[in-house]
Design a protein around this ligand. Structure first.
Ligand SMILES: *Cc1c(COP(=O)(O)O)cnc(C)c1O
Length: 228
């Protein structure tokens, strides 16, 4: 069941890419497994899925321990508290939700020098809602300049979560804004950020049409999540 859904999603992603203006691009499917069982994850792994995204550290650590013999690339995509940075830096390859310098410093500090650098995306808040996570567009460049010298971190790109309440047209506008922001910052800094982490189950096609290179898919792959 998961296998068929995964194949259908991959096909859908390919179709979206070939219909887009940037049809040579690769788009990584990140399977968002928060609130999903190990059994479902194992089905996805057996079907070839390699990238998994988790939001809650405790849940993630249990799954990482359980699946330690599998070749999985773990992505942390949830809100980050300072006291969790050590564990996140040790157990994940990617972090998509970095939005302040303090967190980036702690992640770098706790990343082992013998491992590959921690791959990060900066989460940008395009809706300017006060409560929401993410740095504003205006402050994104200076945050990146501040994070850039950190030794054990590699800045790979930008991530956004547009409000689910937006109309499609406005969601599309947010995705395009994130893409423009990435290009502008690359140009100004000489960085070669290559990742636009955008698009979830409900807006995947729109995100790929707007230049996404990594879509974060939960319910469309695994079904509804368990209550937490
Ligand atoms: C839960 C979550 C997703 C996946 O959402 P779906 O609607 O299940 O695809 C993607 N990104 C983030 C940051 C999430 O928290």
């Amino acid at each position: 069941m998961i296998k068929e859904t995964l194949l259908a999603l991959q096909q859908q992603i390919q179709d979206c890419i070939s219909q887009s203006s940037d049809s040579d691009r690769a788009v990584t499917l990140l399977a968002v497994s928060k609130g999903q069982s190990i059994k479902k994850m194992q089905e996805a792994i057996a079907a070839g899925q390699r990238h998994f995204g988790e939001n809650y550290l405790q849940e993630a650590l249990e799954k990482i321990a359980h699946l330690q013999n599998q070749a999985i690339c773990w992505h942390f995509i949830g809100p980050i508290q300072s006291r969790k940075c050590a564990d996140i830096a040790r157990h994940f390859s990617w972090v998509h939700s970095v939005d302040r310098l303090k967190v980036a410093r702690l992640l770098s500090q706790h990343r082992s020098a013998t491992e590959e650098k921690l791959q990060i995306c900066i989460q940008v808040n395009l809706d300017e809602e006060r409560q929401k996570a993410g740095v504003s567009q205006e402050e994104c460049l200076s945050l990146i300049e501040a994070i850039r010298p950190l030794e054990h971190i590699e800045i790979r790109g930008l991530m956004c979560i547009p409000s689910a309440q937006l109309r499609l047209e406005d969601t599309k506008k947010r995705f395009q804004e994130l893409r423009t922001l990435l290009e502008t910052i690359n140009h100004k800094t000489g960085l070669h950020m290559d990742t636009l982490s955008m698009g979830m189950s409900q807006d995947m096609a729109l995100a790929i049409a707007s230049g996404s290179t990594m879509v974060r898919i939960g319910r469309a792959l695994f079904g509804e999540r368990d209550e937490r």
